[in-house]
Ligand binder design. Structure first.
Ligand SMILES: *Cc1c(COP(=O)(O)O)cnc(C)c1O
Length: 385
């Protein structure tokens, strides 16, 4: 979250005064939730948006939307928040872990190696707002007839070649938890152009009865879904947050560009490659060192100058720390998705050595949102020292 203020507070006040905190009530299309979904779909450039209670929930709904389930394999990157892999296991499928390249995003070449006849989907994750190579990944997916679920949890509003994240694959997801670019504390969204994916996600998101009139009207299929609904308070905040999104990205990009221009002069490190600088959400600047020790020493030396981290030190964002995935632990022993896999999938903490290497050699410096451009340049100069 970068900005939150009186406009969000005013929106919440209106919801409370209206007494209507539930998204489905009379005049369903006039709710804050419906308005947010309309605005978000328009911003991203897709036909359908579905607001959900979290990004993880959105991923589950998107996977159900794609028809992914037991026996299926889904390719996920070695560097992503654990939630991406957990959502795959939640629907009974197996996450197959693929390498990230120097850009810290999914390596298309390793994806091609990890594809099997049982692969149903690929999940490119725009980590830290950094664009994945959606050109190569979507071409690969088309060639092998697998679906693409674009995880833009950390990348709201970013784009690939001018097309917003969420609109480049078959389905996309956003997260609005406290740490994301725009936020309602908790929240998420599913984005798609595909009516069937939307209908299945809609049913998964509310398998109860609150919206049955709506579902019947829209012809959604009936199956045992869950509850990933949002409240009107969440979407009232998000309506205001969405209006701020492009301004936030503009400010971040200007600061990242100012830092990158100076930091490119360093002889101690290279800037991490960015696959599409115009679409980058610009939340961090990646510095790539020759080895992990040099990166760690830099981060330690400059700890007081700026907020920074090595991806390898970020716990549940590194695949080797996903115990539930590594050890095949599901909510119930009888629900272990790996037993339904159509081949033996062996992946231990060393299965993606190139990812471990790049995550250790890279330092991500957070772009200082609150600083002026002059202060930002000053910060960058300190990092050169
Ligand atoms: C935050 C995040 C999620 C999950 O979002 P929640 O809203 O916390 O459930 C999924 N994928 C990635 C890459 C994330 O960073």
């Amino acid at each position: 979250m970068y900005e939150m203020g009186s406009r969000e507070a005013e929106a919440v006040r209106k919801v409370i005064e209206s007494g209507q905190l539930f998204r489905y009530h009379e005049g369903e299309t006039a709710t804050w939730s419906a308005r947010f979904e309309r605005d978000l779909a328009e911003k991203v450039g897709v036909r359908y948006a579905l607001a959900t209670s979290s990004g993880t929930g959105a991923t589950v709904c998107a996977l159900v939307g794609l028809g992914v389930g037991p026996g299926d394999e889904v390719i996920v990157p070695a560097y992503t928040f654990i939630a991406t892999a957990l959502a795959v296991m939640t629907v009974g499928a197996v996450p197959v872990i693929a390498e990230v390249d120097d850009s810290l995003t999914l390596d298309p070449e390793d994806v091609e190696r990890k594809l099997s006849p049982h692969t149903q989907a690929i999940i490119p994750v725009h980590m830290l707002g950094l664009p994945c190579d959606m050109g190569k990944l979507t071409r690969l997916a088309r060639k092998h007839k697998v679906k693409v679920l674009e995880d833009a949890a950390q990348a709201a509003g970013g784009s690939w070649r001018g097309k917003r994240f969420g609109a480049n694959g078959d389905v996309g997801i956003y997260s609005f938890n406290y740490y994301k670019i725009i936020s309602s504390g908790e929240g998420g969204a599913v984005l798609t152009d595909d009516k069937d994916i939307y209908h299945r996600a809609l049913m998964q998101h509310d398998g109860g009865c609150a919206f049955f009139s709506l579902a019947a009207a829209e012809g959604a299929p009936v199956f045992a879904g869950g509850n990933y609904r949002v409240s009107e308070i969440t979407t009232a905040i998000l309506c205001e947050q969405l209006k701020r999104l492009d301004g936030i990205l503009k400010r971040l990009r200007a600061r990242k560009a100012a830092m990158a221009e100076l930091l490119a002069r360093s002889e101690a490190f290279d800037l991490s490659p960015v696959r599409d600088a115009d679409g980058d959400c610009a939340t961090t600047v990646g510095l790539r060192f020759d080895d992990a020790d040099a990166a760690a020493a830099f981060a330690e030396r400059h700890a007081a100058d700026a907020s920074m981290f090595r991806p390898i030190d970020t716990n549940r964002h590194v695949y080797g720390n996903w115990e539930a995935v590594m050890e095949h632990v599901a909510a119930h022993p009888a629900m272990d998705p790996f037993q339904w896999a159509k081949r033996k999938i062996d992946q231990g903490p060393d299965c993606c050595p190139r990812s471990l290497d790049v995550m250790g050699r890279t330092v991500c410096v957070r772009v200082p949102y609150g600083l002026t451009l002059a202060e930002t340049r000053k910060l960058a100069r300190r990092l050169l020292g």
